[in-house]
Structure formats: C-alpha cells, structure tokens
Design a protein around this ligand. Sequence first.
Ligand code: CA
Length: 394
Amino acid sequence: MMWRLMALALAFLCGGVTAYGETGSSFAAFLDGLRADAQRQGIAPATFAEAFAGVTPDPNVLGARQHAPEYGKPFGPYIASLASPSRIGVGLRKSAQWAAILRAIEQKYGVDQNILVSIWGVESSFGESPSHWDVFRSIATLAAAHFQHPLFRNELLAALQILQRRQLPRSAFLGSYAGAMGQPQFLPSSYLKYAVDFDGDGTADIWNSVPDVLASIANYLRQSGWQPKLPWGFEVTVPQSFDYRSSRGTFAQWTMRGLRRADGTALPAVGEAILFFPSGAAGPAFLVTDNFIVLKKFNNSDAYALAVGTLADRLQGLPTFGTRWPANDFQPSRGTRIALQHKLAALGYKIADFDGHFDFDLRDAVRDLQRRYGMIPDGYPGRIFLERIGVPAF
Ligand code: CA
C-alpha cells in the first residue's frame, strides 16, 4: 500500500514535469480551466491576465517539494533546532524591540505574545529569511501537477481574490516554493481569512510590516479557537504506578492520578488536557490543552506545535525539559504514517486523515491496540508496535 502511494505521488510529479517539458500544452489547458472558474468567482479577466502574464511551470518547485523536510525526524533534535539558543536570543531582542506592539496585540486578540514571537521565529526567522518564489508561479505549478488536489488549485483562486482587491501589487506576491507567503507563511486562503492591517496604513502587509505580521498570526490563532490565559501545555512527571490507559481528563483528575508538572509546580486548577508521549513512555511526557490543538491548525504536526510551545516557554524564561529525549527516538516517516492510518481504518478505527497527520484520536486507537497486545499503552507508534500491527517502518 505504502509503496503504491509513493509511486502514485511520484507519477503525479513526473507526469507533470514531462508534460510541461514537451509542449507546455497541459499547463495552458490547466490555465484555461482555471480561468473559467475564476471568472465564475468574479475575477476580472484583466486580473487573471496580470496574475499569469509570462508565468510558466517551475520545475524547481517540484524538486523543492520532493526535498521538503520529512516527518520522521526524532523530536529532540527537531525541537532543539527550532528552539535553538540563537533563535531564543534573537527572539528576546525582538520581544523587547516590539514590546508595546506585542502588548497591544495580546490585549486585542488574547494570544500570549511569546507564542506570537515563537511562530514568527519558526516561520521566517523573524522575517530575516524572506522567501522569493513567485506565489502564482509556484502554486500554479503544484496545482497543474494535481499535487494535493484540489488544495493548491483553490489557493490559486484565493491568490487571485487578493490581487483583485488591488491592495497589493502583483510583484508583492512572494513566498515559499509551496506558496506560503510573507513572514507568517500564510497560504493565500489564510491571508484572505486572517491577515490584518494593524499599523493602520490600509494594507495587511505580512511581508514588510511587523505589527501586521504579529497581529495576523494572533488573529489566525484566535479565530482558530485560541483560549486566552490557557497554557499550550507543559511537561509532566508520571508516577511509577500510573495506569497508562488514561489519556484524557481535567487537570483535577490528572492531579489525582499523580501527575505533576516537571518543574514541580501544581497543575492548573481548571481546564482539561491530553497526556502525550511524543517518543513513548520512556521519553518526556506532556499534558497538552486545546491551545496545542490550535497550534496544529497553523501547521498540522505535533512536532511543530511542541517546538513552537517550547520556544515560547524559553522566551518566557521557563526551564528546559526535565526528562531526556530517548537517544534512539524513532518517528515514523510520512509513508509509514499513511500506511498506519489505512491499517487502523481497516481494523475499524475511525480515522480522520489519510495524509499522515496524527491526531489524538489516532493515538488513542494506538493505545487501544497496545493494551490488547500487552504493551504499555502510551499512544506512541514505535517500531515494535508497527511490527506487531504489520506496518513496515522506515
Ligand atoms: Ca498595514
């Protein structure tokens, strides 16, 4: 199954490149179809013409896509690289530099300013590493190759809507090879939904205006359900006698079950959280809240959310992890994750996503099987579990 999926993905990519290389006709046909849809959505022919004047498919986009950072990195080094000492240092300087703006944004949107600075740092090194791919060209290349269809095609229509508003010149549309724009790395649809003009010049400029960048990230999180004053989560210690079948509960229940914060302080009095073992019971344990789930709406990855939360904690001056990450930490690759999702679905578990993104329902399904197999039910799909369930780990 896994190899079939990978071969299919490769066929999409190669098929796209070959077709353009030969005649360019499939790209022209793609644009014709898009033009009709755009017109139905109220995009003026002039806007469409301006967006795609001289635009050809970019083979480098598909190459970059294939070399994109994979899942499967061990959590410890991944988090250490995102929440590096140098990034913490720059982040503290930026927090001081923009203190008044950050206070105003936190007051308006209710999102912890350390989280905002952390995402800014992780997404674009605080705007110091801008990306220069042309958004229309990049996204059109991916959409014409049917990559993650219809996601990129819809993003192209969203980019046209932005251009039609005339607040941004065509030349402003710069982003990553995958169309993520500006310092917060918003896809065009996110820009339409969440970008805000906080400095009052009339344009939501997420490329050049730091107040606009930070307020847009805050607006994204708030509209995605961020709860003010709720921590994203924290590391905990688990007692020897712990019953690993528990994965969810209120903080009061977690206190009763013997969990403590790793820094020795008490758990919050109100609220609820999910117990998360990113690398299994042998590694660090975390209680994560609904705000952790909101961070995953920004980028659907547990490792990403944990790294953003960790960097925010360091900016706030909180200590590093109390438990070491396992030296031989195994994290399944995207192919393995997708294969596991299909396997769990075949076993009757309800699976929300077949793209390799894990949610906590999936980890509960893993727990359920681990219990049946006589393993510690920690929700971590490590090598032994994958072997037992018959999913190749690579
Ligand atoms: Ca502005």
